[in-house]
Write a protein of this length. Sequence first.
Length: 95
Amino acid sequence: MLIWQGSKSPGKGYNAYRGTKSGGSYSESNPDLVQGLSNRDRDVQSGTTDYYVTRAVDADGFESVNSSEGTATIPSLPVPQSNGQLAAIGGPRAV
């Protein structure tokens, strides 16, 4: 979950942007304008570090400059190990 402090000037909302390099090019990570001060990015990959900035959007739809950059590292998930006792048996129902 990406959380940020609000802009000092009122506006319509925020856009959040994600990049794979610090200070690098960012792509918008929210499909719609964010109305609050947080956003859940559902398109992240495990084992990577992503870099985020937000931009306030004013009443006319113009964006501010980038916020300070934040980072998030998504840990790699371990692959479950089989103990050799798991078996799938075919039958009239799908397994």
